[in-house]
Write a protein of this length. Sequence first.
Length: 936
Amino acid sequence: KSRGVFVNKGGQDNLMTYVFTSPDPTVTQVAIGDYISSNAVDVISHIDGVGDVNVFGTSYAMRIWMDPGKLEQFALMPSDLISALNSQNAQVSAGQLGALPAVKDQMLNATITARTKLRTVEEFQGIVLKAATDGSLVTVGDVARVELAADNLTVKSRLNNQPGAGLGIVLADGANAMAVAGAINAKMAELAPFFPDGITGVISSDSTPYVRASIKEVAITLAEAMVLVVIVMFIFLQNLRATLIPAIAVPVVLLGTFGVLSALGYSINMLTMFAMVLAIGLLVDDAIVVVENVERVMHQEGLPAKEATIKSMAEITPALVGIGLTLSAVFIPMAFFSGSVGVIYRQFSVAIVSAMAFSVLVALTLTPALCATLLKPTEHLHEGTPARKGVLGWVDRFFRWFNASFDRNSTRYQGAVRQLLLRGKRVMLVFLLVIGGVVLLFQKLPTSFLPVEDQGFLITSVTMPSGTSDAQLELVLQDITRYFNAQPDILRVFSVAGNSGNQSSGNLYVRLKPWDDRPNAEQSAEAIARKATRDLSRIRSARVFVSQPPAVRGLGSDAGVNFMLKDINGLGNDALRAAKDRVIELARARPELASMRTTDFDVTSELKVVIDDRKAAALGVSTADINNVLSSAVGGSYVNDFVHNGRVKRVYVQGDAPFRMLPQDIGQWTVRNRTGDMVPLSAFTSTAWTSGPPQLLRYNGSPAMEMVSNTAPGVSSGAAMRAVEEIMREMPVGVGYEWTGASLQERQSGAQAPLLYAISILFVFLCLAALYESWSVPFSVILAVPLGIVGALLATYFRDMSNDVYFQVGLLTTVGLASKNAILIVEFAVQLQDQGKSVFDATLEAVRRRLRPILMTSLAFGFGVLPLALGTGPGAASRQAIGTAVLGGTVLSTLLGLFFVPVFFLLVRNWVNRKRPKETPPTPSVDPSLSQQGEP
């Protein structure tokens, strides 16, 4: 009977694994596996969001073990037994007595029941195979041993070396892991009271605690960012009322952003929460710009709050709109990329663009209203201003010192900018060096897909030589389990032997203790995995590899490098295996790679049965009967089903163990010829030893082997992939490879990144060109972008991090921030030039006015992302990756941009207006405070 084709809508990895055990030694693994297969699998499968349920165990089956000697004694073959099973173990629908159409006045109507499925061992033993002329019967029990045994004979599961069975629950595509895990736990709690006495279930592995803990850490980071941003605003504004206004904007914008995410079907996850943390610093920038400018107008022109707000908004509305469009233009292209990288990009894009849109809307509506209502004329504390008493006096003295220092440095800054404006060509030479540094750093920065996180879980694969018995494999698995249980940071170990259908391989799923119980670096998942791999190398009879799960579950079997070694030209299995051995040999000599291996099984011994068709024909034996005897006696046959405890189970026929252990055992099975005589297989067959693969794998139409390698300590996955590419260049013609899993996504993301950067910068340029109806203004802004990029690259390089997807998101955020700061200067310079000032004077006045808001917004944003860059705990690697890039870009784009952007604007405007190369202003137009510095 055929098992058919199964299609499952789910990924490769288990969302969670439940393991069931019993302290009662009389409760067998098969009994536990049968119970959960019958009573838990269907219930869990029907939960919305569950894609598939894998059973790490086995249910019951009716096993009929044939004896070749007894079959020969009664002139029977396995096919006779199978035919009897099909005819006598059947469900017959006999209809109804008195069913329509019926005779007139029919008074009786009843359902007719005839033969039904058999249920017990005794009933199967009583199946009649043959009747003699004297009335005696030959039954199944006369020629075979019948027992209720395991359906799958290779799978054996243990939890901490205690026999049991497990359920591996796979998440359906697009389902929410947290919601599905909650529903599964609730359903298991409902089922628990009905478990048989002694059977208990525990969670062996679960990916949701990592997700939950990571989101919690990001939420804490979000709160820390808000506090730091408010502190920075208060230091600059020095007014609780003024500080309150941007602080009010934060929850309003976040609430609106979460509303958009909900409407679009997105969830609160690490990616959207990352976007919220980044948005905190960006969204208060708009409100800060409004408040700072209103206060400046009130202070310099003596206007009341309402009139000052009206005048201020007329000045800064174009800048606010330009900043909003610029930041949106940076992130919008991310939403249209495909693949796994596109999923990550898209969530960032939607969250940040929504936050930016709400931020600009609030800055143009709510913030001006609050300014007109709450702000009052105040004076910043300067030297000579009397301080208050007590704690407030300390605050006043700090503000007085801060303002005096800021004023002094502001004057120095203006003088420095003036000198740079007079030396534009030299500044551009330095700028070219910055661009060269960007190119060099991009080449030197290692690449990867995503940072490998400590998910509190390890995967251990065990492979033994072909032909290893299941007993030998179990001994090794139990030895490894004892090793892990002796380690202080291990919570529990779930081992599965033979789950791949091969009795020489197994896996152990190791759950670590919570992250709070493992605070030290040597207690991290990576450190534990490396130590375990080293310690377990003492097991000479098996290959043992301990690894972490991939950064994105479902992309590969573990973290590291994944690819398919392919036989493209049909060279044959021997050539493919030789290439595999060569790859592993070359990988051992590469310092970037560690533990290169294949998930394919070694070549196994094969006993080839050679049938002499001429002899068989001469003896009157049918070829079909020969094939049937071989497949049924040695391989076993799934015949049909029976009912056990209300559930349908399978019926198998196979030769009993003593009659299929040695090559000569095959010859004692007999086949009935045309005359009814029983002819042994040894009369027309011979055997020969050979070898071959236990399974044949094809990938994209070509024979293939899956290859996996860990990366060496301190080596990025990008460097490891380049090492693999160099190794593959030494392979013979016809042997190729394809990246899979996370390696494939990394290669795709690396190819998409330059296009993403180019499109984002182009979008920024076009938006600014449309807004200002000018090419020179956006060009001045775009020139500031490399200043932020070099900062992000330097920070990432010196922290030994990689160019991964999170770095790319941070880099785009830096592009937006650098553009925003440039817009604040350029926008005011354009306004002042329109009022009749020269380009030189307009530029100097713009940097004087915008220094404070630029520093305030940049510091607020920088301190907002500081908790990301310094993150610890679950998900820390991802937070550090994005936070480091953004923080480095923020610092350098601000420090360099304050000096370079004025020069860019002056040079570009002079070039566009076709004026003389350097416009030197008349001396009276220079700030008197700078006159002592002179001109060169």
